[in-house]
Write a protein that binds this ligand. Structure first.
Ligand SMILES: [Ca+2]
Ligand SMILES: [Ca+2]
Length: 309
């Protein structure tokens, strides 16, 4: 006799088991996802906390550097002095803070080319400016860049004035890239056409003077025709041994050209007005870097530029 077929009872526990397993899997996946999310959030929060702590430590370091620079009142800013170069700042056990401080004023002051009228090129810079453009083999740019930077709107001989010109001293060296004819290659160098770029010869970190203790040798060669590579080598050798703190230190050099001092005394100095502080803050494998440009003037030291890398 046929009996009506009953739904198999043995399949139901299997179904329940699958359902339970599925929901357990879902729960576990959810829990894992939540744990991962929580861990990521925690990591983000601790990275943010580190970033804030690092900035605060860097600011403290800069404050200490400012105080130290004001106390440095000798007649030379040289890399041989112990406060320049890299040194660790003692701050707790968790963090390491390393400061690298370097005197600037090492190149031609592109932010201080003119007399106070904003248009007349300083006499002592006339020849160096010409020599610079000969050196980079772009003499046709010399007058135009002066027009790009000078306050007036009258083209000088060989120059041009355009609406896009900034007509003021640049705040950063990159700004001269806005002048037509200066491209990335000419600015940065290190390429076949321009092995040495304008960045090496020009700076905005200057009060108008070039510190002979840190000046780029190729820049010294531009300053006067008697500053030949051989004489510049003598200067570089001498400053490697001791800080140069006055004309007396240079006049003693065997090859030192007679009559040079009056020609370049408006351009050369033995101290710096600007300093670059590079600060690295580290905690475990977290690292942040900061750069501050400091200006020292009349017994005060102020931060004129600040960058988080
Ligand atoms: Ca102009
Ligand atoms: Ca002009």
């Amino acid at each position: 006799m046929w009996t009506p077929s009953q739904p198999s009872r043995s399949k139901r526990p299997g179904f329940v088991l699958v359902a339970v397993l599925l929901s357990v899997t879902l729960l576990v996946t959810g829990a894992l996802a939540f744990a991962w999310f929580a861990r990521m959030e925690l990591r983000k929060a601790s990275a943010l906390a580190f970033s804030l702590q690092a900035r605060s430590l860097a600011e403290t370091a800069v404050h200490e550097i400012q105080r130290g620079l004001v106390l440095d009142t000798n007649d030379a800013d040289s890399l041989l002095e112990p406060w320049f170069g890299a040194w660790p700042l003692p701050i707790g056990e968790d963090f390491s803070v390393v400061v690298r401080l370097t005197p600037q004023n090492g190149a031609l002051p592109v932010n201080a080319l003119f007399l106070p009228d904003g248009s007349t090129l300083r006499t002592e810079l006339e020849k160096p400016w010409e020599r610079l453009w000969e050196k980079v083999r772009r003499p046709e740019l010399a007058a135009g860049l002066l027009d790009f930077l000078d306050a007036d709107r009258t083209p000088r001989a060989g120059g041009t004035e355009e609406d896009s010109f900034i007509n003021r001293p640049p705040a950063a060296i990159d700004e001269i890239r806005l002048f037509p004819g200066i491209d990335e290659n000419l600015l940065t160098g290190n390429n076949e056409k321009y092995p040495v770029g304008l960045e090496r010869f020009l700076t905005v970190r200057s009060d108008g003077k070039i510190n002979v203790n840190v000046a780029v040798p190729e820049v010294l060669e531009l300053l006067d025709e008697t500053l030949t590579p051989a004489v510049v080598r003598e200067i570089v050798e001498k400053r490697r041994k001791e800080p140069l703190s006055g004309w007396g230190d240079l006049a003693g050099l065997p090859g030192f050209p007679q009559g040079l001092q009056p020609r370049v005394s408006g351009l050369l100095s033995f101290t710096s007005s600007h300093f670059l502080a590079d600060i690295e803050v580290r905690k475990g494998n977290l690292v942040r870097r900061f750069e501050a440009v400091l200006l020292k003037r009349s017994g005060r030291c102020t931060v004129v530029a600040w960058k988080e890398m």
